[in-house]
Design a protein around this ligand. Structure first.
Ligand SMILES: Nc1ncnc2c1ncn2[C@@H]1O[C@H](COP(=O)(O)OP(=O)(O)OP(=O)(O)O)[C@@H](O)[C@H]1O
Ligand SMILES: O=C(O)c1ccc[n+]([C@@H]2O[C@H](COP(=O)([O-])O)[C@@H](O)[C@H]2O)c1
Length: 211
């Protein structure tokens, strides 16, 4: 419309997306995010806190969303990590839908999906996983105990043709898709399962003070 003021476009950012239950967020998440930030030459890593992983439906030990988000904010402090609640806001639970929403919301940003090797092992059970791999490059982080299963997984069988050398990881925004890079950092055995086992009531620390 003549005379209508255009909203200035947000500047282009290189963003690594790390989806998770964060039940709770822990040192391993932070390390992976910071190492991927460096290896992939990112501006930011966004942690997408899942309201409910579609494959973990009915998991009895899933803490309330607010506590998981609070734990992620605490673990992300003073780092180039942003905690995103977009899946709760948009009502998306499937990654393919979340990616579509993110691209609509931030058309000038470039996104790369970051996941641990345990997620790659079951990636073929995600909704439209091949479409996901055609939407964003994927960076897989080696995780103690999961590498064998990840490399032998059905998804890896299909993705193998798109594997890129780790030495070229910073050029992910130029890759034709599907593309996958395997990044090996100093392994961190930390897991949310271990934390929940040691302290099933961990979320009380993050429960909102409504006194
Ligand atoms: N120690 C770790 N090393 C590498 N990747 C990790 C590590 N911990 C978590 N991740 C990755 O971070 C993402 C989110 O993980 P998630 O929130 O499920 O944590 P988790 O520790 O795997 O939880 P749980 O033990 O409940 O399955 C996933 O892609 C997962 O593979
Ligand atoms: O889209 C799917 O079908 C799908 C199936 C399983 C897991 N995911 C996503 O994978 C990410 C890791 O989940 P989690 O619970 O292993 O931390 C999180 O963003 C989930 O939403 C997505």
């Amino acid at each position: 419309m003549a005379g209508a003021r255009q909203r200035p476009e947000a500047p282009l950012k290189r963003v690594g997306l790390m989806g998770g239950s964060f039940n709770p967020a822990h040192r391993g998440h932070r390390r992976v995010a910071l190492q991927a930030h460096r290896a992939l030459g990112l501006d930011e890593v966004w942690w997408l806190v899942s309201p409910g992983n579609p494959l973990k439906d009915g998991a009895g030990d899933m803490a309330p969303y607010a506590a998981r988000v609070a734990s992620a904010r605490w673990m992300a402090r003073h780092a180039p990590i942003r905690v995103s609640t977009i899946e709760a806001e948009q009502g998306t639970r499937y990654t393919v839908d979340t990616l579509a929403a993110l691209r609509r919301r931030h058309p000038r940003h470039r996104f790369v999906w970051i996941m641990g090797a345990d997620n790659l092992a079951g990636f073929d059970r995600w909704k439209a996983w091949r479409r996901i791999a055609r939407m964003v490059p994927i960076a897989v982080i080696a995780r103690p105990g999961y590498e064998g299963a990840a490399l032998a997984s059905p998804a890896m069988g299909w993705l193998r043709r798109g594997v890129r050398p780790a030495g070229q990881a910073k050029r992910w925004d130029q890759w034709s898709l599907p593309a996958l890079v395997l990044l090996r950092f100093r392994p961190d055995p930390m897991s949310a399962t271990a934390i929940r086992r040691a302290d099933p009531a961990w979320h009380r620390r993050f429960d909102e003070d409504d006194s």
